[in-house]
Design a protein around this ligand. Structure first.
Ligand code: ADP
Ligand code: MG
Length: 693
């Protein structure tokens, strides 16, 4: 057999006729390297060429496709050549159509007289028929399959790259389908997909459907394949875990829990109690617990983590708690020391600036809690008897980091906590291998937060309001997108550059600066001063986004708010309204960004973090919400996490029912996993009303 005949779907595109090095480079820019990639290049739409219209039958203002020969062409220039119109006359034997391009002189010379064109556009004038800036395809004289691929049908419209024409790509895909289509196989394992087309037919119909609806059905079939592969993978992962691991007994004996709860200073909410019961079951279970604790900002996850840690420690195990920023790790260290040291327990802090020196210093022997940042991932950290790993604000970490910490022990239990409410599609995909607990009611101490969107011109009024709040004894955050460099072009403000201006605007109230580039002792001092009320205003970057808990801070101003995702702003806003006082969050958007301001209004309308996350997913895609490169989520070519909930559910059900049928395959345990949360996890949350306890 010759080389050519042996080519298969995984061959490089250069095996295709007409694809040399230069074309291959162009295709690579579209992430098309193999034949299979090419066949999976998704059209962004379809164009109706089922009917080529005769020029004599054109209707004014109605989109039409016309085919004919160039009868004449030329360019007219005026104003010293700065303005121009290039015009060509197309003749199809029934009439003439004038095609005009205004101020695009580069069209000149592209369509010599006599060349054959297909033109698509809306004629705006009759006598003579005239169309502005139509789409044009040159019909190459010796094209193969030309007629079948390009006219008398719905044709695909692809994302292109510089130097590549629709027609060329369409022809290439047409020919490639003819040659390689028969090699397309059903993926394994196979599932019963009802009346969806088989994969080979779906790929064909994706490119050359009989109707756009058929193209969409084809896309759904291909999306389903992606979701099935992912669900299968998640299932396998869970199964391997359960085959290899036994849960370390970590449910505790309440010996320390009772005094802990007594000294807490508040009673746990019903939601907290319920979640702790779920966690206790997990910690005493047959398999290692893998649990996601989801609760909106301020729902009181920290104390749940504290109680979970106690259970493990009571059972004689070490606990590691990882947080995404030093500031948050330090705050947790303060909190947990206050809670656990009176019980005679050891609490270590391990960050890049608080290395083991502080970590091992003193402290009673025996099991304890180690709190840290990414520094916990380093090889120097190896707790002797790790029973439970807790990850706070887990959306800031990648799946790989989470697993690295878990591997410090022999299948420890895992509790990951997040305030980013997870839309169902993500719950069923990225977090599909976790069980979920939900804190769906806020502690009674929560105040209301009012949110306003203002344009930058109104800043003086904003500062006047902030001064008034400060005079009443409250504290405030002012958040900037940058640390140092102001960006004049984009109008992005930097915290250091704005310093003098803000101090003046808010004088005489003491203002301090906090950002990631400050040395740690200074950061600690600033946080301490703010916590103790010596500093009234904290000018900060989004380092304060996660976890910070200063109840007297009730005002937040976010500059360049248009730069943030909604979920991120919701997190930021979670810093305020923590005490009994009403919080005020003022989102300041640059004046020119009306569209962005409309997006921000979502935050003014709702405090339901779940709705906000769904909106974010819809507007900005999963990458923004999760940090896609980190999330461990594969990139879908066909699947759309914002829109395909039903497909994701279908894939999950298929994988589960198949697992149930084959006894040697893992059978998922009862109980819900991340995706099974119905409706809004925050639906029961009454942040703006008095607590009903
Ligand atoms: P998050 O879920 O955002 O991490 P935190 O754990 O920081 O929330 O809790 C927010 C605030 O609520 C903290 O000041 C915490 O002490 C307080 N809190 C937590 N649980 C309760 C409770 N049951 N009753 C009263 N206050 C509580
Ligand atoms: Mg928290």
């Amino acid at each position: 057999m010759s080389q050519i005949e042996e080519a298969d779907l995984e061959s490089q595109v250069t095996v295709l006729r007409g694809v040399g090095a230069e074309r291959a480079a162009q295709l690579a820019r579209l992430e098309i390297r193999t034949v299979h990639d090419l066949l999976r290049h998704r059209p962004r739409g379809y164009e109706d060429r089922t009917r080529i219209r005769r020029i004599a039958e054109l209707q004014e203002g109605e989109l039409a496709v016309v085919s004919g020969r160039v009868a004449a062409q030329g360019i007219k220039r005026w104003r010293g050549g700065s303005r121009s119109v290039f015009e060509l006359v197309l003749d199809d034997g029934t009439g003439r159509l004038h095609c005009c391009w205004w101020d695009q002189p580069y069209h000149e010379g592209r369509y010599p007289v006599g060349s054959e064109l297909i033109v698509c556009g809306k004629p705006r004038l009759r006598r003579p028929w005239t169309v502005d800036h139509p789409d044009v395809e040159v019909v190459e004289p010796e094209e193969e399959g030309a007629v079948s691929a390009h006219v008398h049908r719905w044709v695909p419209v692809y994302p292109l790259t510089e130097g590549m024409g629709q027609r060329w790509l369409r022809g290439l895909i047409w020919r490639t389908l003819e040659r390689f289509g028969p090699l397309i196989q059903e993926p394994k394992p196979a599932f019963d997909l009802g009346d969806l087309p088989d994969r080979a037919a779906a790929i064909r119909q994706l490119h050359f459907p009989e109707s756009p609806a058929q193209g969409e059905t084809a896309r759904q079939r291909l999306a389903l394949d992606e979701f099935l592969a992912l669900q299968h993978d998640l299932q396998q992962r869970r199964r391997r875990l359960q085959e290899n691991a036994r849960g370390i007994p970590c449910a505790g004996d309440n010996r320390l829990m009772r005094p802990f709860l007594r000294c807490l200073g508040f009673a746990l909410t019903d939601a907290q109690t319920r979640v702790l019961r779920e966690i206790r079951l997990g910690l005493g279970g047959r398999w290692p617990m893998r649990r996601l604790l989801q609760g909106d900002v301020g729902s009181g996850k920290t104390v749940v983590a504290g109680a979970a840690a106690l259970m493990a420690i009571e059972s004689g195990c070490d606990v590691a708690l990882m947080a995404p920023t030093e500031i948050l790790a330090e705050q947790h260290a303060l909190t947990f020391r206050r809670w656990l040291e009176p019980l005679g327990l050891r609490v270590e802090l391990r960050t890049h600036s608080a290395k083991p020196v502080e970590a091992v210093q003193g402290g009673p022997p025996g099991p304890g809690l180690c709190i840290g940042t990414h520094a916990l991932l380093e090889s120097g950290f190896s707790p002797p008897n790790l029973g439970l790993v807790i990850i706070d604000e887990q959306h800031r970490f990648g799946v790989a980091q989470r697993e690295r910490l878990v591997r410090k022990g022999r299948y420890p239990h895992l509790l990951v906590m997040t305030a980013t409410p997870i839309p169902r599609t993500l719950g069923l995909t990225v977090y599909g291998d976790l069980d979920v607990s939900i804190l769906d009611a806020a502690p009674p101490s929560r105040g209301t937060v009012k949110t306003f969107v203002r344009s930058a011109e109104r800043l003086p009024k904003v500062w006047a309001f902030v001064r008034q709040q400060l005079a009443a004894g409250r504290q405030a955050y002012v958040v900037y997108p940058r640390v140092e460099e102001q960006d004049l072009k984009t109008g992005l403000k930097a915290v250091t550059a704005e310093q003098a201006r803000l101090r003046e605007a808010l004088a005489p109230h003491p203002v301090a600066l906090l950002h990631g580039r400050l040395p740690t002792p200074e950061k600690d001092e600033v946080m301490a001063a703010f916590r103790e009320g010596r500093v009234k205003v904290l000018m900060a970057t989004s380092v304060i986004e996660v976890g910070i808990d200063v109840p007297n801070a009730t005002v937040m101003v976010v500059e360049n708010a248009e730069r943030y995702g909604l979920a991120q702003l919701h997190q930021l806003r979670g810093r305020i309204g923590r005490g009994g006082h009403t919080g005020h969050c003022i989102l300041v958007a640059a004046a020119r960004t009306r569209e962005a301001r409309r997006r921000l209004e979502v935050l003014a309308r709702t405090t339901d973090g779940f709705r906000i996350a769904e909106e974010d997913l819809r507007l900005r895609g999963p990458g923004e919400l999760l940090g896609q490169s980190q999330s461990g989520l594969p990139r879908f070519r066909f699947g759309d996490l914002a829109a395909d909930l039903d497909l994701v559910q279908r894939a999950r059900a298929l994988v589960q029912s198949q697992a149930a049928r084959s006894p040697h395959v893992f059978h998922p345990p009862g109980g819900r996993t991340a995706g099974d949360t119905h409706g809004s996890p925050n639906a029961g949350q009454k942040r703006n009303t008095a607590p009903d306890r």
